[in-house]
Design a protein around this ligand. Structure first.
Ligand SMILES: Cc1cc2nc3c(=O)[nH]c(=O)nc-3n(C[C@H](O)[C@H](O)[C@H](O)COP(=O)(O)O)c2cc1C
Length: 316
């Protein structure tokens, strides 16, 4: 009997958290992730991209990992210019964000704000794809207002040569909370010829096993916040065993590694603590029973008080 290949696990883009530095630090401390998607590049009015906007995607900052950059454009000219610049940097695939729910984005008919407008999406793909050098994948939600939106859009994407479609199983209007809609994700599977990747609320091995059994033969999974709330999830899925003692050590090493790397890159304690606090919003859940201590961390205003609060959580 042919053996089943291991699932392919993706690090989701989390803007403000999973930049190149985070990716490097995370991946060297926690095994199991196969591919990573970078947070979106902010679209510009002018199609001439200031290089600083893509500085974090430079190959020298992203060595030894499979990375897919993400764009959020809703204009063909800017989309093509950015996509082809990323191709020059060596990226064979880019991703189009049709999932961002933030009002400032969705209100301008970008991200998930485009989902109720399938004609606009199809028109843009018709104009962009013939001139786009890298392959294109899409990351989307089930809709902005209604689950019917994905069911209308997906068949219309069939004629395009997309690399794959990642679906975060929520509506844009839900932002990042409320339940994921597994029945609606399931319905999407019968409305597309493209390869699908599941995304949304994968936190425990049990979550993964339940979804893997339900959506078989789907074998690609994107994990976002779960990588911080349970950093051992990818290794658990891949059957890599890490003992209790090793786990505590890994969590400490990851924290210290990230803190030192960010301290070197960022200017001033304000930026450093701001970034670390973003991480702790999710990371605190890796320390069962200590969730209340996060307040001490998020209230810290100096490096000293921050490190003291962190040491309490890390038990040292
Ligand atoms: C702080 C934050 C930033 C995010 N930034 C992006 C982004 O840049 N691009 C994107 O496609 N999704 C972004 N997302 C959505 C995640 O990639 C993911 O789809 C969502 O969090 C659901 O997956 P999860 O439950 O595994 O976290 C972001 C989510 C959060 C919470």
């Amino acid at each position: 009997m042919a053996s089943i290949p291991p699932p392919c696990l993706y690090m989701a883009p989390l803007k403000g958290i999973t930049d190149s530095l985070f990716r490097q630090v995370y991946l060297r401390n926690f095994p199991g992730i196969d591919r990573s998607m970078a947070p979106f590049v902010n679209p510009q009015r002018s199609p001439r991209y200031p290089e600083k906007l893509i500085a974090d995607l430079l190959p020298e900052k992203n060595q030894d990992l499979e990375l897919v950059p993400q764009v959020l454009n809703s204009d063909a000219e800017g989309f093509i210019a950015l996509g082809n610049r990323l191709h020059e940097l060596g990226y064979g695939e880019i991703n189009w964000n049709l999932g961002c729910p933030v009002k400032m984005v969705a209100g301008k008919k970008r991200g998930s704000g485009l989902l109720p407008h399938p004609d606009t999406i199809v028109d843009l793909l018709e104009r962009v794809l013939p001139q786009l050098k890298p392959a294109l994948s899409i990351k989307m939600r089930l809709g902005y207002h209604s689950h019917e939106e994905a069911l209308v859009l997906l068949p219309r994407l069939d004629p395009f040569p997309l690399a794959e479609i990642i679906i975060h199983a929520r509506l844009g209007a839900q932002l990042y909370s409320g339940p994921v809609h597994l029945d609606h994700f399931d319905r999407c599977r019968t409305h597309t010829c493209h390869r699908l990747v599941y995304n949304g609320d994968l936190v425990t091995l049990k979550d993964f096993n339940t979804l893997a059994a339900r959506f078989r033969p789907l074998d690609r999974w994107m994990i976002g916040r779960g990588l911080l709330t349970n950093p051992f999830l990818p290794s658990e899925i891949k059957g890599i065993s890490i003992s209790g003692d090793e786990r505590a050590k890994c969590l400490q090493l990851f924290h210290d590694d990230l803190y030192a790397a960010l301290k070197e890159r960022l200017s001033g304690p304000g930026h450093l603590l701001g970034r670390m606090k973003q991480v702790w919003i999710y990371f605190i859940h890796a320390f069962a029973g200590k969730e209340k201590l996060v307040k001490k961390i998020t209230r810290a205003s100096t490096e000293q008080s921050y490190l003291k609060a962190v040491d309490t959580v890390l038990e040292r």
